[in-house]
Design a protein around this ligand. Structure first.
Ligand code: NAD
Length: 273
């Protein structure tokens, strides 16, 4: 990414041309956002929504090739500290700083404590937990310079519910939830808010891949839908809307919270008859 990717006439709050440019209107006008895992699913929906509401947005992703304009795709592996530092610096240079960080990149894992070997635990925690730590560490110096700094982490219903055959994934998301609260405490007096969302089962390429590998995809889809009190999967754009709220100045008094976007899974516990 070169500085030529963004117009030198880039005036906060006004329309800008060039990579990463948002519409310049809405509650994110003049703000710059970084979304990890921003090339697919929840991350892409979030990046698209933030840009539509005026943000300049960079998507840091392993595979940023398909990221549509005006989003700026930057190849980054959150499990590699050198890659993260380069990706965050490139984003900050192209966007003119960082006001909003959405730590969304994550990978799934199935299994029990008996079936997942140690190296699998290390691999998933390295992406899902330490990945967020690396990106936050690299972005904090930029966020401190923002008057409207916010971090939103994509956690999961798995942090709340005892999901079968998801010991490793659930533990990684439990760590993300605790990390969110601890970071909120550490940075509250610096004016940096930190919150997370806990989605239920969301209709994304990830879930479609899982369904595709099931013995009976239709039965598996029906089971996932029935697990949520609303009786349907969550839309990626519904999670994006929750993330956008927590990232925006509209939630200026909210930090250290966990917002469920889970079709009622956590709050209702039982499926209505
Ligand atoms: P997805 O697979 O559609 O998108 C994930 C993106 O992250 C991909 O673009 C991928 O390339 C990127 N990514 C993966 N590893 C990376 C790495 N090491 N460095 C940089 N980028 C990387 O998945 P999704 O369903 O949109 O999930 C996004 C987040 O939402 C994850 O943190 C996931 O745990 C969480 N989540 C998903 C669901 C769901 O049902 N889909 C539910 C709860 C939480």
């Amino acid at each position: 990414v070169s500085s030529e990717d963004v117009s030198s006439e880039d005036v906060p709050g006004e329309d800008v041309s060039g990579a990463g440019a948002g519409a310049g209107r809405g509650e994110f006008a003049g703000l710059a956002a970084v979304v990890t895992g921003g090339a697919s699913g929840i991350g892409l929906a979030t990046a698209t929504l933030l840009a539509a509401r005026g943000a300049r947005v960079a998507c840091l992703d392993l595979n940023p090739g398909g990221v549509p304009e005006p989003l700026l795709g930057i190849a980054t592996d959150v499990s590699d500290d050198t890659s993260v530092r380069a990706g965050v610096a490139a984003a900050a240079e192209a966007l003119g700083g960082i006001d909003v960080l959405v730590n969304n990149a994550g990978i799934g894992a199935q299994g029990t404590v008996e079936s997942n070997p140690d190296d699998e635990w290390h691999r998933v925690f390295d992406v899902n937990v330490v990945g967020m730590v690396r990106v936050s560490r690299a972005a904090l110096p930029y966020l401190r310079r923002s008057a409207q700094a916010a971090i939103v982490n994509t956690c999961s219903i798995a942090a709340w519910a005892g999901l079968p055959n998801r010991a490793l994934y659930s533990a990684s998301k439990g760590a993300v939830q605790s990390l969110t609260l601890a970071m909120a405490a550490d940075h509250v007096r610096e004016g940096i808010r930190v919150n997370c969302v806990n989605p239920g089962t969301v209709d994304t390429p990830w879930v479609r891949r899982l369904l595709g590998s099931a013995d009976d995809p239709a039965a598996e889809l029906a089971a996932l839908q029935a697990r949520q009190p609303t009786g349907r999967l969550v839309g990626a754009e519904e999670v994006a809307a929750a993330i956008a709220y927590l990232a925006s100045p509209l939630s200026g008094a909210t930090t250290g919270t966990v917002l469920g976007v889970d079709g009622g899974m956590h709050g209702l516990r039982l499926r209505p008859a």
